[in-house]
Design a protein around this ligand. Structure first.
Ligand SMILES: Cc1cc2nc3c(=O)[nH]c(=O)nc-3n(C[C@H](O)[C@H](O)[C@H](O)COP(=O)(O)O)c2cc1C
Length: 328
């Protein structure tokens, strides 16, 4: 039984399996990205986790030493306390010979000419059909469509993937992957049925052997159910889905107390600088860190290869047997 698959996404990125590991702050380091690419998917380094463009250049070189397969770099444009030097990060990506970039947050329009000139394919992650269409219109090669259930920033429209993906399929011409809530072979087959060309996963990849984060983070995801995420920063229109914990409860209490007068300064200590505490030191209750509802479907900590092999095998069983057998 072959465990490869051909879709517009595997063709576009020259990969064997239509499975992408989305950029993740403090998680998307060379260990994880190379493991995903080596297992036939597309691994992605998280650009801004590297404190400077020079450090990103080093991380790209480290990843290249760990895989000879294609991998990408995520560049996130979100409101932050200090604007990163994006042109310099882009120069590091281009000079590092990376040919795939995942953008997220704001529209990447300003930087597309530089990417295109360097022969870089851009997949933009967005949370609405209108943003996906905009990405298509400015020349992105593909989009990652993030439903309301996703870990991280689901936007403000609150449309879950059961509606968002077929809506995207109705109007998009460029290939797209389903993101948010994806964990297993069922997810992949459902995503393909809903019109996507593959899947993008975040939370599921955190709970793998190769994810370079503290074991307590992986265990927290395994122990969480689909009821254990919360939405923070809603009043600031910068909504983030995170794992519930005492730090998040304290943050939500401030949000309730301040109401519509809240500013980012009111919650800075609960969202700023939390990732190293959580991911490196294992202080999982320290504050807000992204986690999807899909935690309810995550029950183990496999190697990336075991995970991807399992997804492909389950998907094939479903397509060849369960779906085929439904036909009269
Ligand atoms: C711990 C964590 C950190 C993340 N950090 C980023 C990030 O820095 N940039 C980004 O574009 N997306 C980030 N994401 C979102 C993921 O790339 C992906 O879109 C999302 O996790 C998909 O939803 P899922 O968790 O249900 O699979 C993060 C997700 C998680 C779980």
């Amino acid at each position: 039984m072959t465990s490869l698959m051909k879709t517009r996404i595997t063709e576009l990125f020259n990969i064997e399996r239509p499975i992408i590991q989305g950029g993740m702050h403090y998680v998307g380091l060379a260990e994880l990205a190379s493991a995903v690419s080596n297992a036939g998917g597309l691994g992605i380094l998280t650009g801004l986790t590297q404190a400077s463009p020079a450090l990103l250049a080093k991380e790209i070189a480290r990843c290249r030493d760990m895989t000879d397969k294609p991998f990408g770099v995520n560049l996130t444009f979100l409101p932050s306390f200090a604007t990163p030097p994006y042109p310099e990060y882009i120069a590091a990506i281009i000079e590092g010979g990376v040919k795939i970039v995942e953008t997220a947050g704001r529209s990447p329009e300003a930087y597309l000419p530089a990417f295109k000139q360097a022969g870089i394919k851009v997949i933009h992650k967005c949370t609405s059909v209108r943003h996906a269409l905009k990405a298509e219109s400015i020349g992105c090669d593909a989009v990652s469509v993030d439903g309301f259930e996703c870990g991280g920033h689901p936007g403000e429209d609150d449309v879950p993937n059961m509606i968002l993906l077929p809506r995207a399929a109705e109007v998009l011409k460029i290939p797209f992957v389903a993101s948010g809530g994806m964990a297993n072979g069922r997810s992949l087959v459902a995503a393909l049925a809903l019109g996507a060309d593959g899947i993008n996963m975040g939370t599921r990849f955190v709970a793998t052997q190769e994810a370079p984060v503290h074991l307590k983070v992986k265990e927290a995801i395994v122990n969480a159910s689909e009821l254990d995420t919360r939405l923070v920063m809603r009043p600031l229109r910068n909504t983030e889905r995170v794992l519930n914990n005492p730090g998040v409860q304290a943050l939500l209490a401030i949000e309730r107390e301040k109401g519509e007068h809240i500013t980012i300064a009111d919650i800075h200590s609960h969202v700023g600088g939390i990732y190293p505490k959580v991911m490196v030191d294992g202080e999982v209750d320290a504050g807000a860190w992204s986690c999807g509802m899909v935690a309810g479907l995550i029950h183990d900590i496999p190697t990336v290869k075991e995970l991807l092999d399992g997804i492909m095998q389950e998907a094939q069983m479903l397509i060849r047997h369960r779906l085929q057998n439904c036909l009269l």
